[in-house]
Design a protein around this ligand. Structure first.
Ligand SMILES: NCc1[nH]cc(CCC(=O)O)c1CC(=O)O
Length: 311
């Protein structure tokens, strides 16, 4: 195998995305000290557009320009949060996943400048989030709280919080770790309080199909357990055909004995209906587990819930 001399890495240009690229560079240089890397930051539609994502191209708004640079040959490797990669369509033709890095914390955190926990927040507290998954779960568990739209990268959201645009935020713990801001966390919500999204805390390495040099060089960064969990979660989302406005949570976990299970929920936006399924893989492949949990949710009416929401 001939290893490449240089791998050009493309990613979004937010502080979180650039921290993710630094992790990839560090892991790659530990594995292949002889391979140099170069970072190519790009601004995506999703970073520029502060309105509803459904008015641009949904979740693909965060990946389109990055994928275009990869396909054009301007870069060899794209780093994406799996959470931001659309689940209702295949990866852009001509690209492939080369690895999923070891999963970080999957949980969401509450950021409240007054230091209160979620249960302590008074009536009408404004939670800044545009995530349909977080909004639906909060509506179900804490209907007295009020969600206000909040977009932009995590640093920008904290500026908006400080400027009084909301009273508290919900953000992923892993993202705050990446930007070195776990100091703002008031409370980490358990996965039972706030079920994580598909792909939470996982970074994907995406290459051009057929670029075996790069694929072979980076595939050693892949983490087998994360691969299984992510595969089950992504298959769930694919079978459900969840779109960017679908309040869907999906969380696969490997227990100490190595047994894989998948929990998933589909909500109505008001949180009044919650469909729930949880299955163990046993002898099933991760793909079949994801399909099986999706089918269990479809039997409970998930199709009508998902299609009933405009996008
Ligand atoms: N929606 C943007 C986004 N995409 C991935 C993460 C966090 C890191 C991850 O889960 O991989 C975040 C920030 C957040 O939701 O707080």
């Amino acid at each position: 195998m001939s290893a490449p001399e240089l791998i050009r890495i493309v990613s979004r240009d937010s502080p979180m995305a650039l921290a993710q690229v630094e992790r990839v560079r560090a892991e790659l240089s530990a594995l292949h000290p002889g391979i140099a890397t170069e970072v190519i930051p790009v601004k995506t539609t999703g970073d520029r557009w502060m309105g509803a994502l459904s008015q641009v191209e949904g979740k693909g708004a965060f990946t389109k320009e990055v994928d275009a640079a990869l396909l054009a040959g301007a870069a060899d490797l794209a780093v994406h949060c799996v959470k931001d990669i659309p689940g209702d369509r295949p990866l852009p033709a001509g690209t492939t996943f080369a690895a999923f890095l070891e999963r970080d914390d999957v949980r969401d955190a509450l950021i409240h400048p007054g230091g209160l926990t979620l249960d302590e927040l008074p009536d009408g507290t404004r939670i800044g989030t545009s995530s349909v998954r977080r909004i639906a779960q909060l509506a179900a568990s804490h209907p007295h709280l009020q969600c206000v739209p909040m977009r932009g990268n995590a640093n920008r959201r904290m500026e908006k919080l400080a400027a009084g645009e909301a009273d508290a935020l919900l953000l992923a713990v892993s993202g705050l770790e990446r930007i070195g801001r776990t100091d703002v966390i008031t409370q980490i919500l358990s996965v039972d309080e706030m079920c994580p999204p598909v792909g939470a805390g996982v970074l994907a390495l995406q290459c051009r199909e057929g670029d075996t040099e790069t694929i072979d060089a980076v595939s050693g960064l892949g983490h087998p357990r994360t691969f299984q969990e992510t595969t089950a979660e992504r298959m769930l989302l694919h079978v459900l055909q969840g779109h960017c406005n679908s309040p869907i949570a999906g969380y696969a976990k490997t227990d100490r004995r190595g047994e894989l299970s998948l929990r998933a929920c589909v909500f109505t936006p008001d949180g009044k209906t919650v469909l729930n399924a949880h299955e163990w893989a046993g002898p099933l492949t991760p793909e079949t587990l994801g399909t099986s949990v999706a089918v269990a949710l479809l039997r409970q009416g998930a199709r009508e819930l998902i299609d009933g929401i405009a996008h």
